[in-house]
Design a protein around this ligand. Structure first.
Ligand SMILES: [Zn+2]
Length: 645
């Protein structure tokens, strides 16, 4: 993330190519130099040479200030079957090879093994440069998950069948990014299109004379009319061809739910996000289609539109500076909110302005993630979320909430009741699973079966597949030991609704974790109908309930709700069970954590904008920050154009 504050005008286009050719020795046998989206790919017939002399590439990166990747020339790539055989002979037996995936667009092979620690970069057991040279494919070692993720498999398949198109597209994206700037003077504006003064439909447009970047593209799950549900792209007065890029902070529907519609109506450009965000949003977007169909609504988009997103996505790791347009560089950094969630740092012009969009952040450690990153070299404008932006929004400490959670569950289980935890499949579900497993194992929570339904198991497999995005402790367990906390004996996944009899059987206490988190569709509704009328049971909310959702009504004290049942009949459900809400597991920062985050970013801030909160909360956080840090603040509403620089 280091970056010099003053940069000279850099060579562009042909000049870059010339500089590269001059700096690479003949022995490297570079055959082709091409754009690969925001990166420059060097194709070589001797990958071993460049791998063993990696100072050549790092020097070059310092000169041209662009990302470079080494690619193997197609002529040296062995047939997949032959390459696979060589690999299985070269990989240490104990590493336990599970699967390989050859990506023809990049010439990379993913090698999934049970024990990746036996194949680290400088390990003696596996010589990376040597095997790469032998097979002609660049090797990427990955941890094989307990159960393969069908989402990741489907994405891989899709990438494979579209690899020719994708190579062409990546080249075009690169040419567009590295075009000459029209104007040397920067002027930066932000158009608020959704998620300001509200939670839901997060979306905004970052605008400079040279670029138009759409940031997030969500829907408002609680709204009932299109004008309230979707981002106000109509107001921004742009065509989809005008957009240079879409940047996605994290996978939740209120940040990504409208993206498939954008592709449906013809957006063809790049979509930037972290690697795990791609399968996560894929899972969530496909689920939304199913939920809509189950509720008798016409889904806004089809599976084909979701597939299109995979093809247009360019994933970038945390902390890597990436050019996304002639005058904007993007860095994604850990936001601590859900798997792959990112704060987005935009470096505009030659350091003229630095804009950070927090997205949803957790500024505290959880079992799954480290606290959000704050160590940016420069930030002039911060846009921060305010889900819990009111002064009274103080969450209990982690030990407090965990002990309340244990007691709450133990009380119900002791009385022979059932606990229903409505939960968003990604993030909170995995955090709650880790907590339950930990306390049942340590004997503090009564041992009982834990049933999960919805896409929780699949989301867990995706977590396991990207340990480098998890907290240090969890990552270490998964990557360096055989003790895998995602694979616990307490958990039973309900794969089909025929299997619901077991969790719903009278007189057998258990915990049920089911999606969706706000009781808006999903398998949780069937459990809700069964659990709610019996006063022995309890519904335990551990995530935020948006205004207008059934979850919010139940939490606000409704004792009777009407729901659409099978065959469109209205069913009345009486709520006699206990209702409880525990806030400390939230993936959002509470008021104090938001303030500490801003404190960490000082003293460079010139302005703070506040979004992603009910109006009163955004207003309160805005006032508090202004008073405490003596910095201008603003809590924009939707359809405002704000000049940042
Ligand atoms: Zn979120």
């Amino acid at each position: 993330m280091q970056r010099k504050q003053q940069q000279k005008e850099l060579p562009l286009g042909q000049n870059i190519m010339a500089t590269i050719l001059e700096s690479i020795p003949k022995e490297a046998n570079v055959t082709k130099i091409d754009y690969e989206g925001p990166r420059i790919a060097l194709y070589t017939t001797s990958p071993r040479y460049l791998m063993e002399h990696n100072e050549i590439i790092s020097n070059l990166v310092n000169i041209i200030k662009k990302r470079i990747v080494i690619r193997t020339d197609e002529s040296i790539r062995k047939m997949e079957e032959d390459a696979r055989q060589i690999l299985s002979k070269s990989i240490p037996k104990d590493a336990d090879l599970q699967a390989t995936f050859f990506d023809t667009a990049t010439g990379e092979v993913s090698v999934d093994v049970k024990r990746p620690w036996l194949m680290q970069k400088n390990s003696e057991a596996f010589n990376h440069p040597e095997v790469t040279e032998k097979i002609g494919w660049k090797i990427r070692v990955r941890k094989a998950t307990t159960n393969p993720s069908s989402t990741i498999q489907a994405i891989n398949y899709n990438l494979k069948v579209s690899s020719a198109d994708r190579s062409k597209q990546l080249k075009q994206v690169g040419e567009k990014i590295f075009r000459s700037r029209l104007v040397q003077k920067s002027e930066v504006s932000l158009f608020t299109l959704g998620g300001f003064g509200q939670v839901g439909r997060s979306c905004m447009l970052l605008n400079t004379p040279d670029s138009k970047i759409l940031i997030d593209c969500g829907i408002n799950p609680g709204a009932r009319s299109p004008m309230e549900s979707f981002p106000r792209l109509d107001w921004a007065n742009i065509t989809l061809d005008d957009l240079d890029a879409v940047v996605i902070g994290h996978a939740h529907l209120d940040h990504t739910g409208f993206l498939p519609v954008l592709c449906k109506y013809g957006y063809k450009g790049p979509i930037y996000c972290t690697e795990p965000t791609l399968p996560m949003m894929n899972l969530i977007q496909l689920d939304a289609i199913k939920v809509a169909a189950a509720q008798g609504r016409t889904p806004m988009y089809s599976e084909r539109d979701v597939k299109q997103i995979m093809k247009q996505s360019i994933t970038i790791p945390y902390g890597t500076v990436t050019d996304i347009s002639p005058d904007i560089k993007l860095v994604l950094a850990n936001a601590g909110h859900i798997l792959g969630s990112a704060l987005c740092h935009f470096h505009i012009g030659n350091g003229d302005h630095n804009f950070v969009y927090s997205g949803d952040i957790k500024f505290a450690n959880s079992i799954l993630f480290e606290a959000a990153s704050w160590n940016f070299p420069r930030v002039e404008t911060l846009l921060i979320e305010s889900t819990y932006g009111a002064k009274e929004d103080i969450q209990p400490s982690r030990p407090e909430v965990e002990s309340a959670f244990i007691n709450s569950i133990n009380n119900v289980l002791q009385d022979g009741g059932k606990v229903l935890i409505p939960i968003p499949a990604v993030g909170r579900a995995q955090e709650i699973m880790m907590v339950i497993d930990h306390y049942m194992k340590s004997g503090q929570m009564i041992e009982s079966p834990v049933f999960m339904e919805g896409m929780i198991a699949e989301a867990s497999a995706i977590h396991e597949a990207y340990p480098e995005y998890l907290s240090r402790e969890l990552r270490q367990k998964i990557l360096e030991t055989d003790d895998n906390p995602f694979d616990s004996e307490y958990f039973t996944n309900i794969e089909h609704h025929d299997a619901r009899e077991e969790p719903l059987r009278e007189g057998s206490p258990c915990i049920i974790i089911a999606t969706s988190g706000m009781l808006e569709g999903g398998p949780v509704l069937e459990y809700f109908k069964n659990i709610a009328p019996d006063k022995k049971n309890k519904i335990l909310f551990v995530s935020y309930q948006v205004n207008g959702t059934l979850g919010r009504r139940v939490l606000d004290g409704a004792r009777q709700v009407s729901m659409l049942g099978k065959e469109g009949k209205v069913e009345v459900v009486n709520i006699n069970c206990g209702i409880e809400r525990l806030d400390g597991f939230s993936g959002h920062s509470d008021y104090n954590q938001l303030i500490s985050f801003v404190h960490k970013l000082r003293p460079k801030l010139r302005r703070v904008l506040v979004n992603h909160g009910e109006r009163r909360k955004s207003e309160n956080l805005s006032m508090s920050i202004r008073r405490m840090f003596r910095v201008p603040t603003h809590y924009p509403q939707i359809q405002e154009a704000i000049k940042l620089f």
